[in-house]
Design a protein around this ligand. Sequence first.
Ligand code: ME8
Length: 491
Amino acid sequence: MSKLGKFYITTPIYYVNDKPHIGHAYTTIAADVLARWHRLKGDMVFFLTGTDEHGEKVAAAAEKAGQTPKQFADSVVSTYITAWKRLEVGYDGFIRTTDPNHAKAVQDFVNKMVDNGDVYKGKYEGWYCVSDESFWTDLQLKDGKCPECGREVKKVKEDSYFFRLSKYQDALLDFYKENPDFLSPRYRANEIINRVKDGLKDVSISRTAIKWAVPFPGDAQHWVYVWVDALINYISALGWPGGENYKAYWPADVHLIGKEINWFHSVIWPAMLLSANLPLPKKVFSHGWWTAEGQKMSKSRGNFVNPLDIADRYSVDALRYFLIRELPLGDDGDFSEKALIARINGELVADLGNLIYRILTLAERFAGEFRGSPELEPKLDISKIESKMDDLDTFGALNDIWGFIREANKYVNEKEVWKLSGDELSNALYNLLEACRIISILISPFMPETSSKINAQLGIGPGTLNDCRFGRFKGRIKKGEYLFKKVEQKA
Ligand code: ME8
């Protein structure tokens, strides 16, 4: 994946019906970690996120707020931009589907599908879930409700343009076979493959009733269905068709998404691209879902976890660390403050914070040079960490980095470094300082602020993955505060 030296990663574009919650922060932080990792490797990286602003759901939220959809979208978008800034999300592009160049790209794309003979006019009759902006048939409903989110659906009967999705069944199955990494993680692949094997129905791609949308090209009575509009963001943001970024970055290396929108990304989007005769993304990775304190997050429960509240209470890096360390990217998990506090105290304070503080205390006192032989280096397997990150195993990679932090602490204890002096102390400190320098590089994608703090105390600048070898320690030590504070566990 990364051999080409370029890395294009995207998050879903989020609906602007409400401000971001922990689920949105999760995908975006995970994508940021991967983007930062590839920058460390020296890859040319484009990390795209943004907002999905058209459609019935956003229009309804705006109406409720007594605003026009655009006014409403503008105010919610600013909550996203503020949140990502605060959470140290360093994206390269932020697309809003209300950007005029996006609308133009959507129309050009639809025209390509039309030119290819893949679009015809008909009548749609079925069910619509406004919350998921998705069409359902009678058979798909579960107890008369949306099979995805369990909400009420409404009957829709309107003229519509259809996309011949059915035509692409074989091409998609062939593509999955030839590209076994496309559907990731692997254990979610069969669900998609089996559904595609069962047969694909043509899908509605225009609405007449919903006018908060991109006008359908060539028919003033129709507007582009919001999901078609949304998926095209991944290329319109790169300036497709002619943009330099499109040429440099497409196809995407990873579309990182939540598992509930896998169908749209693994079936509809590739079929649209096949119809438009464009290259397909290399990987769609659908991650799991978070609950909050054991409960599904929902508007009716009012239990959405606000990531900014958590960051204010515990620090941005504690939040970033927790989200990645708590579970593998594909798994479902539960967000609880108790679990977060346990990790802060047990891992950030006791392992990492303690290591840096202990070493720098000793190093600052030591008057000689830090010289020795790299005894700790064999405890670190960078290529293993690298291959885990290439496989999007951010959890496994962070686990391995933590293994090295623990090895360094073990080294301090076993050698009883505080009792050493002369060459022995010099050698031990050399090893430990080089370990800290490398740890700081390795954690930088996960906890950028903590990495900067460690660098400041070591008196060094930021490094790259190439610098993760023991060399000569060249820093000028200036010990600072503890990196993390212990948090009282609530009863
Ligand atoms: O679906 N746990 O937008 P959306 C983990 N606009 N991740 C979660 C989550 C949870 N509980 N809740 C949300 C849309 N997410 C469309 C996408 S893309 C062309 C269009 C994350 O605002 C996860 O990434 O409903 C999920 O896929 C996304 O937010 C849905 O955001």
